[in-house]
Every structure is written in C-alpha cells, then in structure tokens.
Write a protein of this length. Structure first.
Length: 245
C-alpha cells in the first residue's frame, strides 16, 4: 500500500499559494496526495503535469454529489488526467430519515463513475452508522448497491467515533475497500481534537493489519485540525505510517 496525504489538511495554505504549497508537500516524502474538491483552478492536464513534475501520484479525487452527477462538470476529466484511483464523495445529513435516498444516490454515483471508466468510493463520517430498524444505514447502503460499482474509502477515525472497531469493519467489507483515511483523535466526539497519527485513541495498527487483507491501495493521512503547522504534523504522521507499514 502507498502512503498518501489528504490535501484538506492544507486547505488554507493551498488557497493562498496552490503551486507553492504543493511543492512543499512533495518535499515531505508522501507517495501521493488526495485532492479535496479543490484543484487550484488549474486545468486537468496541466495539474497532472504539475504533480508528475513534483514526483507525486494522485491518491484520489474528491468531489460533491452534484459535480459527479453533472454531465457538464470536469470531474472525470480530472480523474483521468490525474490517473486517480477513485472519485470519492462524502455526504452529511440525517441518514436514518434519508436512508432510501442515500442508497439511491450512491447507486447513481457508482453508475456515473462506471459509465465514465472510473471507480467510485464512498467516504464515511460517523452518522452513516446510525441504525434504522437495528441495521446501520451504511450497511443498508452497501447491501442495496452493486459491490463492483460502489466501493469504499473508510475513515478509521469516524468509524471509531461511531463506536465500532475499524479493523473489524474493514474486514467485514474487505472486498470493497480501496482507500483508508488514517486519522487519529483524542476525544472521539470532538472533531476539533484530531491529532497526529499515533497520538490519539484510534486503533490504527488494527486498521492497517486489516487493510493488508483487502484490495486497499492507499493509506491516506488526514488531520482536520492541527494545533501548529500542518507541515510539522504531516512529518510526525508520515514517520508513524512508515513504521506501521
């Protein structure tokens, strides 16, 4: 598995200087980066050339539901130009009340990606694991969709916040796992306490051991909030991943 970095960690820095920040990120030593719905207003082919020049691979591309389902968007142009392993979506709403709509949306996203020669992965938060009639909505969605078209980018931190064990959940849906968001946190129900890998309560070692038994291609470090420089946090977390892997 390759080691990636989620660019959301550097959202402020990228908005100020996209190219310069990417260059600094490349120097950290990750194998690749996952784009977080922000592409620096750089055309697809030019952006692909830039990351290649910097020695980076694309670990994934995140977009909104509307972007993926809009035939006039550049979603799949970016995905193909960057050689992205997946186009990814995350959704936030009342999953119990919208269970059927959630399943249908994921089905449409999977169909759209498949029709355009791409892989679709769904990125979870924690509310997807709320239960409807005793069954987590996330599991209902996976049962209701094509396992060849709707795959997974599992966030191990948010699985933990939902009260589940990430290693066990990864193995439960092993054939569909393509990417993992490796994220750590100090207080599970406080998103502001995300921390460097290995400094929180998430069982990252179990997640990694489970991932080795899946088709997972990327371990992607993400830290929503850093107390200091995100570059310093990234260095600490990369060292943890290297020792883990």
């Amino acid at each position: 598995m390759k080691l990636g970095l989620q660019l959301y960690n550097f959202r402020s820095e990228l908005k100020e200087d996209f190219r310069g920040t990417l260059k600094k990120i490349a120097a950290l030593g990750f194998d690749g980066v996952e784009f977080a719905s922000f592409y620096g207003k750089i055309p697809p082919a030019e952006l692909a050339g830039l990351i290649q020049e910097l020695g980076l691979e694309c670990a994934g591309t995140m977009f909104s539901v509307d972007e993926i389902l809009n035939p006039s968007s550049q979603v799949f142009e970016y995905a193909h130009a960057l050689k992205s392993p997946a186009v990814t979506v995350s959704i936030m709403y009342d999953f119990v009340a919208n269970c059927d709509a959630f399943c249908e949306t994921c089905r449409k996203l999977g169909d759209a990606a498949h029709a355009n020669g791409c892989v679709f992965t769904y990125h979870n938060h924690w509310a997807e694991f709320d239960r409807k009639d005793g069954v987590p909505v996330m599991d209902r969605m996976l049962e209701a969709t094509d396992p060849k078209k709707v795959l997974l980018e599992l966030d191990v931190c948010w699985i933990t916040r939902a009260g589940l064990k990430p290693g066990e959940y990864i193995l439960k849906h092993a054939p569909r796992v393509r990417q993992l968001h490796m994220k750590d946190i100090v207080v599970p129900n406080d998103p502001n306490t995300t921390t460097e890998l290995g400094r929180g309560i998430v069982d990252l070692k179990a997640a990694f051991q489970a991932a080795k038994q899946t088709p997972c291609q990327w371990l992607i470090y993400e830290q929503d909030y850093c107390k200091g420089s995100p570059f310093d946090s990234a260095k600490i977390s990369l060292e943890f991943l290297k020792k883990l892997a």
